[in-house]
Write a protein that binds this ligand. Sequence first.
Ligand code: FCB
Length: 471
Amino acid sequence: MTTASASPLTAPAAEPIPGLPADFRWGVATSSYQIEGATAEDGRTPSIWDTFCRVPGAVVGGENGDTACDHYHRMPQDVELIASLGVDTYRFSLAWPRIQPGGRGTGNPRGIAFYDRLVDELLEHGITPWVTLYHWDLPQELEDAGGWPARDTALRFADYAEIAHEALGDRVRHWTTLNEPWCSAVLGYEQGVHAPGRRDVGDAMRAVHHLLLGHGLAAQRLRAARHAPEELGITLNLGTATPASDSEADRAAARRADGMGTRLYLDPLVHGRYPQDVLEDLSARGAALPVEDGDLEVISTPLDVLGVNFYSGHVFSGTTEDGSPTGEDGLPVTRVVPRGRPRTAMDWEIVPECLTELLVRLERDYGLPMVITENGAAFDDTVAGDGAVHDADRTAYLADHIRAVAAARAAGADVRGYFAWSLMDNFEWAYGYAKRFGLVHVDYATQRRTVKDSGLWYRDTIRLTRQAAEG
Ligand code: FCB
């Protein structure tokens, strides 16, 4: 594998990025299970990730989020750190099993108190809190009752959303319902590589529909509540799907990939219908979406903003390596073809121009204001003899992608903000602590935080870009 860190990169010096306005939102992002630790404190009950981490072989090194970055106990210092980066927004998620242990019933005051303090601390530092309600830590009790493939989980999610919003909505004005429902459904219920580790395409598609239904029900509750959000949205992981050639098979493969990755979510959310070609592809695999009357109206409750998580874009072929158009199961092939570009430590190809292409396409097909709620890269960082982390590869990645956002804006895409993933190194799901995405390095043995060169570059870039835009 070619990683960009293998090449002798020098970090670009910070300079203003043209085309980003003075009110452009700059942030850093994290999620609860990846940083908090304290999994058994103050009434929190286990989530599906606590359970999944105990399955032998599920997570690299058998690691788990019991301690993670110990953010639960170091929150005030971490807010100082966020402020030191000069960002105006912090995107974080709430742990459902802290707010509503077990996923049913009333709110847990001790769990809520942590987020109360976090929100107040952020506001005191002039940082806007941007809350995600669900970043994958489903209460285990709800998985035991059927998980996302069960319709009741969507109803439970709406109740939880209302409890969280009731507690924080007077101060938190920016709400994201779900983070990356594709990952919850497909990685969790079809591929089995994320919690809860099931492998059933039918379950996965039931999960897709109930995640979207839960999103819509929660959106309705928040809209109707006191302190209705200023900005309400959902975050999707999106990329580009390019056919490897002009052949019919390759074009069909790209269509299928785009259908399963992008249109299956955005068409119902924005246009109130599932894409017909995707429903047909699914029925060939014996799977269907359990739609009931009225669901699509709920799912298409209007949104103020679309959160876009972007890491890479892919080229697809419709044939196997030896040229067959079908796989062993007799279904059409959708195969990723490498471009031969440098890769991150996740083995993800670095293709910033695909971010521009994606944003312009989203503007054209869906027309929602957008914020990049995650973008960033893992590299094999080391702390140098001088105590610093000279992560030129990450700085280059960020610089190229922020410029790609500016290029999309110049081409008419309404992109209003950029949040780097992640504030600090953290628990990278099935990869455990092996993959480092942070702007801040974490030494897990001591919990010492060190701002990496990329973090300093980000801070300077934000300042210079704002100054230039303010003229
Ligand atoms: C996204 C997740 C986030 C993090 C990054 C690398 O899919 O939302 O939690 O793991 O990938």
